[in-house]
Write a protein that binds this ligand. Structure first.
Ligand code: FES
Length: 161
């Protein structure tokens, strides 16, 4: 039995045009996965692809949604277009390649991650999960005055009688 994680709904993927989330692979390394609408009845209604072009390590969705045109995913770097249903590209620099697919299940309008190779980390891009790092920096600024009177002129106020 495969463990599965509920990601979102097919409705959200269609409304937003695409839906990005972050996974961890077997080695614990983060990667991004893109859900896209696939209108082809035999495949759809939603497909999942690793958020990276096959030509160069270019992300399709760079944090503002994936560029799509006529059911195709468009690489923002050199413009190759990939079929959203099959992942196949027949044009431009990425011609004759196929995107890396991620296994999904769709049930009652909900989309589940069922791929054994990936574990769900969080919604959004890899960076969206790293907010703790930014907070860490702020705490350093509250340095206590007792420890910071090296050359500070204000430290003269400590001279007592
Ligand atoms: S990086 Fe995508 S086509 Fe070149």
């Amino acid at each position: 039995m495969t463990e599965r994680t509920r990601l979102t709904t097919t409705e959200t993927v269609y409304e937003e045009g695409s839906w990005l989330f972050t996974v961890r692979d077997q080695y614990g390394e983060p990667d991004e996965v893109l859900l896209v609408p696939c209108e082809d009845e035999s495949d759809g209604p939603v497909e999942a692809w690793i958020n990276r072009c096959t030509h160069e390590a270019q992300r399709f969705d760079r944090g503002f949604g994936a560029p799509m045109r006529d059911g195709q995913l468009v690489c923002p770097k050199h413009g190759s277009m990939f079929d959203a249903c099959s992942g196949y590209c027949d044009n431009g620099d990425a011609a004759d390649t196929t995107l890396v697919s991620v296994d999904l299940a769709v049930e009652d309008g909900a989309v589940y991650l069922t791929d054994d190779s990936y574990e769900f980390a969080h919604a959004g891009s890899i960076e969206d999960g790293g907010t703790e790092g930014a907070e860490g920096e702020g705490t350093d600024e509250e340095g206590r005055d007792d420890e910071s009177d090296d050359d500070m002129p204000s430290s003269t106020s400590h001279i007592g009688f």
